[in-house]
Design a protein around this ligand. Structure first.
Ligand SMILES: NC(=O)c1ccc[n+]([C@@H]2O[C@H](COP(=O)([O-])OP(=O)(O)OC[C@H]3O[C@@H](n4cnc5c(N)ncnc54)[C@H](OP(=O)(O)O)[C@@H]3O)[C@@H](O)[C@H]2O)c1
Length: 286
């Protein structure tokens, strides 16, 4: 029986990245739909849950993606609401790669060490990757702050992370390089999750920080978000800290994404969101 993955994307153009990785994760056929919303997803879900016998339902799965994490979360919940009894299929949420990217990065940061009590600053953490990383770092016991250029947007992001993960996250308004430099002075962990190609910190701004233990940058498009990290870094020593670049932990991100897709076809009731995907990442890191 063919393994069918229904790719529900909240954007008009479904992600090619997610489509390719779904095939590489073991789907026989990936069927992309764009502009999927909680309002129009009902019939699509019914088609997925009513068509195969109970023992065969594990061969149908749903992937929720798109560039907007909030829209993805709402769509994911709308799909869940359509399930009842054994009329369900496995599903995964990874809007903008937020879960798999953050999970891969935080799994590397916590690999072989405890983050309990460490001060973490997520630069430009208001996007999908930063929000998920904030939840995962907090659940590892770190004290997490998120910076953003506007306080109201940054505070709203922290509130959303707190609601989602049940953790406390601090908002810091940091509209420019000077403010971001001030924000990281006490940090033991710095993670940059800014938009592609945006420089958030110069090397001179972090290379003398006395407490810094871990520094990571999710941006894979030059220039680096944190200057002085190499994109390939995977635990390289940089100014007394261990550094991780976007491609350095990106290999785990891709392997994780594929492994999650593969798991969707093992059973028909798996739900893979941030916590589950992070737990899988921790078994794969190293
Ligand atoms: N390594 C991997 O495998 C992988 C996978 C997926 C994504 N990524 C990368 O991970 C990073 C984060 O992804 P994302 O989707 O969460 O990012 P995003 O939503 O595009 O951007 C994150 C934040 O960057 C800030 N920002 C935008 N322009 C800025 C500017 N000119 N100056 C300062 N800050 C600015 C914004 O925050 P404020 O408006 O609040 O300031 C925004 O919320 C991206 O670089 C992405 O390419 C890497």
């Amino acid at each position: 029986m063919k393994k069918l993955l229904y790719q529900f994307d909240t954007d008009a153009l479904p992600s090619v990245f997610d489509n390719v990785v779904a095939y590489d994760g073991g789907a026989d056929q990936v069927i992309p739909y764009g502009e999927v919303t909680p309002q129009n997803v009902g019939g699509l879900v019914e088609g997925a849950i009513f068509t195969r016998a109970p023992k065969d339902k594990r061969n149908t799965a749903i992937f929720v993606g798109g560039s907007n994490l909030l829209a993805g979360e709402m769509l994911y919940q709308a799909v869940q609401k359509k399930f009842f009894g054994n009329f369900r299929v496995s599903m995964m949420l990874d809007s903008n790669g937020a879960n798999t990217t953050a999970a891969a990065c935080v799994a590397w940061l916590s690999h072989g060490r405890s983050l309990q009590g460490m001060k973490a600053v997520i630069l430009a953490g208001t996007g999908p990757v930063g929000q998920r990383a904030a939840g995962m770092l907090s659940r590892e016991g770190a004290s997490v702050s998120i910076t953003g250029r506007q306080l109201d947007k940054t505070q709203a992001t922290c509130d959303a992370v707190e609601r989602r993960f049940g953790v406390k996250v601090h908002a810091i308004a940091a509209p420019d390089l000077d403010a971001r430099t001030a924000a990281v002075q006490e940090a033991q962990i710095i993670l940059a999750t800014g938009a592609s190609g945006v420089v958030l910190l110069e090397e001179s701004h972090w290379k003398h920080l006395p407490n810094l233990k871990l520094v990571a940058d999710a941006n894979a498009t030059p220039p680096m978000g944190i200057k002085g990290i190499d994109i390939m870094d995977k635990g390289a020593q940089r100014h007394g800290a261990l550094a991780f670049g976007a491609i350095g932990f990106g290999a785990l991100k891709l392997a994780l994404h594929r492994a999650c897709v593969a798991r969707l076809f093992v059973q028909n009731d798996l739900q893979l969101d941030a916590n589950e995907i992070y737990a899988i990442a921790k078994t794969m890191v190293g």
